[in-house]
Design a protein around this ligand. Structure first.
Ligand SMILES: [Zn+2]
Length: 155
């Protein structure tokens, strides 16, 4: 899913545990794996990256997504979140971290991160590898609706 979506879910979960930043981090991380199970339209993008046929496209997508997530967090912390910032930050960090670790493995092939990469895609592909992924546009639209609903609940 989009980094922004993972960040929003992490923030929402952290709000339930405002005085437990470590728990917020752990649950934020768990939410990443669980939410990735839902097919969300990025399988072809990843395949294009791995096969080498659409590497630039995949990188552009990740950069746009990452900067959008940064704007989203700035928006959140300047308009909605004024209390319990540590817990919210930790929830967001936990929600986003798995994709950072996956990216580190993709780029540097750090041997110690292989298990994590496999764990990530075990969840990510759990449904989409068997039933097929949804089209990119549908996944995008689904996450926008989801994100709007989440944002209205945060803060
Ligand atoms: Zn992920």
């Amino acid at each position: 899913m989009f980094i922004t979506t993972h960040a929003a879910i992490g923030a929402l979960i952290a709000e339930q545990f405002p005085n437990h930043p470590f728990l917020a981090f752990v649950l934020g991380m768990a939410s990443h794996f669980l939410s990735d199970i839902i097919p969300h339209g990025d399988s072809n993008l990843y395949k294009g990256f791995v096969s080498g046929s659409k590497v630039k496209r995949a990188i552009a997508y990740v950069v746009i997504d990452g900067v959008a997530a940064l704007f989203f967090v700035l928006f959140l912390f300047n308009t909605k979140v004024f209390d319990h910032r540590l817990a919210i930050s930790m929830g967001i960090a936990g929600g986003v971290l798995p994709d950072l670790i996956v990216a580190l493995y993709e780029v540097f092939r750090v041997p110690g991160l292989r298990w994590f990469h496999r764990l990530h895609f075990f969840f990510h592909n759990m449904v989409s590898s068997r039933r097929g992924d949804m089209p990119f546009a549908s996944g995008f639209a689904m996450q926008m609706v989801f994100l709007a609903a989440l944002i209205s609940r945060v803060g």
